[in-house]
Design a protein around this ligand. Structure first.
Ligand code: FUB
Length: 323
């Protein structure tokens, strides 16, 4: 991925096509989905790709929220969080993840910290899933001095291993944060949700690149992630969030017309969904991405069956599922 100068943010009016089918949002470019279910609605948190056509490099200044009660009709909830809300950040509103605890909503995000010249992970908080959100700390929660900064391209030390946060609250109430690029990290979160609790650990996963995401099904924890570059989605399972993790293979091939893959997994009204992005819109591409939704299905042994990206997407969660 490229680090590019900030282009001027363009104010875009947000409305969402009511048509079913992929991509689910067709009037703005959306990337890096995360989802949560609250009071019978699914809330979708995305990045906003604003790069011009044929200009390589991410231009991302804000995050967007959409919501739905059937996974088909999506309501644009606007942009309740942007780089302007983080005094320490100046560019690169990259992937985030939102989670609810005790009636508060915590949105962990990736952004570039101007003072240190590196990526950091911040956290914003709100009383509502749609905001307004405000920076909970006034500084990043995770900075590069806490982690290893692995050597990467051309033997240079990379400063973007602290990206792509994903939070999870276990049955016993313990909260965890997973994140990383090249190295996959995890740490416990204190009950406040805005402080790490103890050591930062690493998980060894084949060709881990980025986008760790945790979900649970049938007593098993699943860690999906982007593997290799261009990226495929792979996964590992464990009986404990603290590992050990068993690598289980690739479930999604390259995203169409786009070099990254970034997934969210959510269960809603008894069905399992795999949310991802591709470069599928006209003028779309690696820096003009679009969020899509398809079904996620499990094998009898708990394996995730290969994800089949479709143009038709999913049917209303309130209608019978015949395929
Ligand atoms: O959107 C910018 C970056 O690209 C994200 O942080 C990664 O997950 C990849 O999708």
């Amino acid at each position: 991925m490229n680090l590019v100068p900030l282009f001027c943010a363009t104010a875009l009016s947000l409305s969402v096509s009511a048509d079913a089918g992929n991509p689910i949002i067709t009037d703005v470019f959306t990337a890096d989905p995360a989802a949560l279910v609250h009071d019978g609605r699914v809330y979708l948190y995305t990045g906003h790709d604003e790069a011009e056509v044929d200009k390589p490099g991410y231009v991302m200044n804000e995050w967007l929220v959409f919501s739905s009660d059937d996974m088909v009709d999506w309501k644009a909830e606007g942009s309740p969080l942007s780089l302007d809300d983080f005094e320490w950040a100046n560019v690169h509103a990259w992937a985030g993840h939102a989670i609810e605890r005790d009636g508060k909503f915590y949105w962990y995000i990736t952004a570039w910290e101007e003072a240190r010249g590196e990526f950091g992970i911040g956290v914003a908080v709100s009383d509502s899933p749609t905001g307004p959100f405000k920076d909970a700390l006034g500084k990043p929660l995770v900075t590069s001095d806490l982690t290893e900064n692995p050597m990467n391209y051309e033997d240079r030390r990379i400063l973007w291993d602290d990206i792509d946060p994903a939070a999870y609250i276990d049955e016993d109430g313990q909260a965890y944060l997973f994140w990383g690029n090249t190295n996959c990290y995890w740490a416990k979160l204190k009950d406040s949700m805005v402080e790490l609790d103890g050591e930062i650990h690493q998980i060894e996963l084949p060709d881990f690149v980025e986008a760790p995401y945790i979900h649970r099904k049938g007593g098993l924890y699943y860690l999906t992630y982007s593997k290799g570059f261009p990226e495929r989605t792979a996964y590992a399972t464990s009986e404990s969030l603290e590992g050990p993790w068993e690598y289980r293979g690739v479930i999604k091939q390259l995203a169409g017309n786009c070099n990254t893959n970034h997934q969210a997994v959510v269960e809603f009204k008894g069905r399992d969904y795999f949310i991802y992005h591709n470069g599928g819109l006209r003028t779309g591409g690696s820096f003009r991405r679009s969020v899509c939704v398809d079904y996620l299905r499990y094998g009898e042994d708990g394996s995730i069956l290969p994800i089949l990206p479709t143009e038709e997407g999913v049917v209303s969660a309130d209608e019978p599922l015949e395929r």
